[in-house]
Design a protein around this ligand. Structure first.
Ligand SMILES: [Zn+2]
Ligand SMILES: [Zn+2]
Length: 229
């Protein structure tokens, strides 16, 4: 009961804050005050300047964060050298690989179950850092596991050095390297309509999955495995 009272009080404070000098919470359509600042501090000791209300702030290990940095902290926060190696504030590598991976998760699982041996079990990973902090890539892996070990791996990768480019790999071999259309549009100052944006996104995801499937088909015919319909 007491907790409810506290939460109500907080919301009243946020309502008041929203009419004062406090900026609004950054979630579109939220009219509460952004009274909580993201606590993420990068390796150059710069703190994220975004502000959120108590509903939309994310909590990771007791720390308040924006959505992007919550993902980074969940992936890397407990590693021994985390404080020295947290990516620059504006680096989009972890969030981009996570975003694209979430969109094609079902497609990649389906590819793996169709192109791996019959009894394989398909598993997917969270976004993880790979490599040393100075040359780091963020990756998500999907694997088909059989009793004999890993039968097939698909991964998506974005490097911190080139954080606009997504690579998709089969068994660690790069199959396609592309820049998502919403990033290209933003970098060229192009204003896409909702429909254009949706079409471009759908082509991007289709191209990615089709390139992986073409590679898997070639792999199956090289190894004499049956090619699924
Ligand atoms: Zn909010
Ligand atoms: Zn942040």
């Amino acid at each position: 009961m007491r907790w409810h009272k506290r939460a109500d009080k907080l919301r009243v404070d946020e309502k008041e804050a929203a009419t004062g000098s406090v900026p609004l919470c950054l979630v579109a359509g939220c009219d509460l005050g952004g009274t909580i600042q993201c606590s993420y501090v990068d390796r150059r000791q710069r703190q994220c300047s975004t502000h959120w209300c108590s509903t939309h702030v994310q909590i990771v290990d007791g720390r308040s964060c924006c959505r992007r940095h919550a993902g980074v902290l969940r992936a890397i926060g407990n590693e021994p050298d985390a404080a020295q190696s947290l990516p620059d504030l504006e680096n989009r590598a972890p969030s981009l690989v996570n975003w694209v991976g979430s969109h094609v998760d079902a497609n990649l699982r389906s590819l793996l179950s169709r192109y791996s041996i019959a009894d394989a079990r398909v598993v997917g990973s969270w976004t993880r850092p790979v490599g040393s902090p100075s040359r780091r890539t963020w990756a998500r892996h999907w694997k088909a596991l059989s009793n004999a070990g890993i039968d097939l791996t698909i991964s998506l990768e974005v490097s911190e050095a080139e954080d606009t480019i997504v690579s998709a790999c089969v068994d660690e071999e790069k199959v396609i390297t592309v820049e998502p259309p919403w990033i290209t549009a933003r970098q060229h100052g192009l204003e896409l309509t909702k429909e254009q944006d949706a079409t471009a996104r759908s082509y991007f995801y289709t191209d990615l999955v089709e390139a992986l499937e073409a590679k898997l088909k070639a792999r199956a015919s090289n190894t004499g495995l049956p090619i699924p319909a």
